[in-house]
Write a protein that binds this ligand. Structure first.
Ligand code: IPM
Ligand code: MG
Length: 361
């Protein structure tokens, strides 16, 4: 089949890691008889440099005309890059928020898995990490605090900033449904995370999640307050299957969960709307300090491309081939610098891509 994919190489290590993902996708295309039809667009700092804005309407239209979007990473060093001297709505991150909204990508799936081969990288005590873990954070991505009205005013010489956190029941229901649906394909447990002891938006969240749960009697639902969840993630991560939560809580908890794996360079993500369309990106950032040195780990982006094959194109066999290639290459002891350990073979970004592409072919 023909796969129409819009690529956003982006900033920092983005272009290098997307190039390796394309290499692996091309190997999949040859092996399974598909055609990859890529179109690149600019977003973030690269778009600011070219057009003065972090995302153009034309880029959004190109993304919309594809079946899926594969992204590297955007943004630069916030203390030194000139992009961060611009007003907030013109900075690189604004492009990412804008494309999520424009494409209605309300469901953000962030798996955090402890790979057996990389268990040594887990920063938790061995008695905790020994249980392993495999969780998926289902983060609401187009509502809440990040998309509410905001302003900064001055009242009687005192500066005051206001952000608003709004959710309506439809926004909560659609993400809850996605959470339960994915739990059905996993260990059938949903932990809904909120701050219902304080926030009205959380109390509505809890009520709507309870309503949705009635349609999924096979799924165990539990509620957890976000502060407790932050603690439980380091105390007993094995207890989690699907963590269902709102935008800001999911932003924070997904960083914590990825840190707990000890290998953020391995973690993929998918942002989906109501159709099969999705945007796929690594969970890590643009790492400007190591950009262009051929030392970045491309695996998170490569695994994101596997999620793309699975969720947007229904190509499970092809996606499995990528996931297995990653496991195989790790088993053979190849490591990029970020996950290097004694006795292993250190490889660069390009070589990691080559090894994975060879395994497919
Ligand atoms: C993420 C990032 C973004 C977010 C930023 C860059 C706007 O932290 O994808 O988690 O908060 O959503
Ligand atoms: Mg984040």
């Amino acid at each position: 089949m023909e796969l129409k994919i819009t690529c956003i190489p982006g900033d920092g290590i983005g272009p290098e890691i997307v190039a390796e993902a394309k290499k692996v996708l091309d190997a999949v295309a040859v092996k399974y008889g598909h055609q990859m039809n890529y179109t690149d667009i600019l977003m973030g700092g690269a778009s600011i440099d070219a057009y003065g804005v972090p995302l153009t309407e034309e880029a959004v239209q190109t993304a919309k005309s594809a079946d899926a979007v594969l992204m590297g990473s955007i943004g630069g060093d916030t203390t030194t890059s000139p992009w961060y001297k611009l007003p907030p709505n013109l900075r690189p991150e604004a492009g990412l928020l804008a494309i999520r909204k424009a494409l209605n990508l309300f469901a953000n799936l962030r798996p955090a898995v402890l790979y057996e081969e990389l268990a040594g990288a887990c920063p938790l005590k061995e008695e905790i990490s020994a249980a392993g873990f495999d969780m998926l954070i289902m983060r609401e991505l187009t509502g809440g605090l990040y998309f509410g009205e905001r302003k900064t005013v001055e009242e009687n010489g005192v500066r005051k900033a206001i952000d608003t956190l709004t959710y309506d029941e439809n926004e909560i229901r659609r993400i809850a449904v996605k959470g339960f649906e994915i739990a059905m394909k996993r260990k059938k447990k949903v932990t809904s995370v909120d701050k219902a002891n304080v926030l009205d938006s959380s109390r509505l969240w809890r009520n709507v999640v309870e309503e949705v749960a009635k349609d999924y009697p096979d799924v165990t639902l539990e509620h957890m307050l976000v502060d407790n969840c932050a603690m439980q993630l380091v105390k007993d991560p094995a207890q989690f299957d699907v963590i269902l939560t709102e935008n800001m809580f999911g932003d924070i908890l997904s960083d914590e969960a990825s840190m707990v794996t000890g290998s953020i360079g391995m973690l993929a993500s998918a942002s989906l709307n109501d159709t099969r369309f999705g945007l796929y990106e690594p969970s890590h950032g643009s790492a400007p300090d190591i950009a262009g040195k051929d030392i970045a780990n491309p695996i998170a982006t490569i695994l994101s491309s596997s999620m793309m094959l699975r969720y947007s194109f229904d190509l499970d066999e092809e996606a499995d081939a990528i996931d297995n290639a990653v496991k195989q290459v790790l088993k053979e002891g190849y490591r990029t610098a970020d996950i290097m350990s004694e006795g292993c073979t250190k490889v660069g970004c390009k070589q990691m891509g080559d090894l994975l592409a060879q395994k497919i072919g």
